[in-house]
Design a protein around this ligand. Structure first.
Ligand SMILES: [Zn+2]
Length: 301
C-alpha cells in the first residue's frame, strides 16, 4: 500500500463531501518517510504531494509542503538531515496538498518561490471544478514572494537547481525542478507514477501540456536519473515513459471518438482505458472517472 493513500482518500472525501469533511481529516497518524536519492537530495512522503529536499552548507531547499498540520512533522524529518531551517520553499503548483504548509513555513522565515500563476491563484478564491472544491485566498505570508515566468536557477549546496515552467500541464503554474549534479528531477503533478493523473482544466491544465512536460523531462533524463512524481513512488525514466505512453494512447483514443461526434456515454462504453486499468486505475482516479475527466478536457478544445 502506498504511503500517499491517506491523501488520496482525503481528496476523494473532499470531492464527495466538500470542504468541511476534509478539514476534519486526521493527520495525527501520518508519518513522514524519507528516501535518500543522492549525497544531499531526498524525497519525503507523508500525505499530499511528494516532497523534494536538498540539504547542505547553504541551507535547506524544499519542494512543496503538503498540509498545514504536517509542518512540524516535516520540519522534524528535515532536522534529522540538517540543523538549518528551510531557506527556500518552491511550490510546484497551487493545489492545497502541495501548498498547505506555506503559511507555517513563511512564518518560520522561508522564502517561498513559484511560477507567477501560483501566486495569482493562491491570492484569490479558487475553484477546482472536477473536485467541486472551492478554496479561499491565502494570507500574504503564505504567498510566493519570489515569482518567475519561464525558469529560475538556484546555486545551493554544491548543486545547480533549475526550475522551469511547464505551461498548461496539470495546471497553468506547474514547475519541474532539476537537481543537475544530483541527477534528480521533481516533476510535480505533471507526473503521477502508477496512478491515473488528475489534470485540472479549471486551473489551466491540459492533456497536451502534460504530454509536453513529460517529453521535456524524458529528453533531459538518463537511465540513472531519479524522478520524484507529484504522487506515487519514486520513478525512473522508463516509468515516466510508460506514463506518457499511457496518457497519449487513452487521450488519443478519446480525441478520435470526440471527432466522430461520440457522446461521453458512448466513449465510456467503449472502455478506452481498458488496457491500462490494471496498472493505473486503482489509485486516486478510477478508470471511469479518468475517462470522464479526459473527455471533458479534450472536448473543450
Ligand atoms: Zn495537484
Amino acid at each position: 500500500m502506498r504511503t500517499d493513500l491517506p491523501c488520496i482518500v482525503a481528496v476523494c472525501a473532499a470531492a464527495v463531501l466538500a470542504a468541511p469533511a476534509f478539514a476534519q481529516d486526521d493527520f495525527s497518524k501520518v508519518e513522514i518517510q524519507t528516501e535518500k536519492l543522492s549525497d544531499n537530495v531526498y524525497m519525503m512522503t507523508g500525505s499530499g504531494g511528494n516532497l523534494g529536499v536538498s540539504v547542505g552548507e547553504d541551507g535547506v531547499f524544499l519542494i512543496d509542503d503538503q498540509f498545514a498540520p504536517l509542518t512540524p512533522k516535516i520540519q522534524a524529518a528535515i532536522a534529522k538531515l540538517s540543523a538549518k531551517p528551510v531557506r527556500f520553499m518552491l511550490n510546484t503548483h497551487w493545489h492545497f496538498d502541495h501548498t498547505g504548509g506555506n503559511e507555517n513555513l513563511g512564518q518560520a522565515g522561508a522564502i517561498i518561490v513559484a511560477q507567477e500563476n501560483v501566486r495569482k491563484r493562491l491570492s484569490s478564491e479558487g475553484f477546482i471544478a472536477f473536485l467541486g472544491m472551492k478554496t479561499q485566498p491565502s494570507p500574504a505570508i503564505a504567498l510566493p514572494i519570489v515569482t518567475f515566468t519561464t525558469d529560475v536557477g538556484f546555486h545551493l549546496n554544491g548543486d545547480d537547481i533549475r526550475a522551469f515552467h511547464a505551461p498548461n500541464a496539470h495546471t497553468d503554474g506547474d514547475s519541474v525542478v532539476h537537481f543537475v549534479k544530483a541527477n534528480v528531477v521533481h516533476a510535480g503533478d505533471t507526473f503521477f507514477n502508477g496512478l491515473y493523473p488528475f489534470i485540472d482544466a479549471s486551473s489551466g491544465g491540459s492533456v497536451a501540456g502534460v504530454l509536453r512536460a513529460a517529453d521535456r523531462i524524458l529528453a533531459m533524463a538518463g537511465v540513472k536519473t531519479k524522478i520524484i512524481p507529484g504522487h506515487g513512488p519514486l520513478a525512473a525514466k522508463a516509468d515516466l515513459k510508460a506514463y506518457r505512453d499511457m496518457l497519449a494512447a487513452v487521450s488519443g483514443n478519446i480525441s478520435g471518438q470526440i471527432k466522430q461526434g461520440k457522446t461521453l456515454e458512448q466513449v465510456a462504453a467503449s472502455k478506452p482505458s481498458a488496457p491500462f486499468d490494471a496498472k493505473w486505475g486503482t489509485g486516486f482516479l478510477a478508470p471511469d472517472k479518468f475517462v470522464e475527466m479526459l473527455y471533458g478536457n479534450l472536448k473543450k478544445k
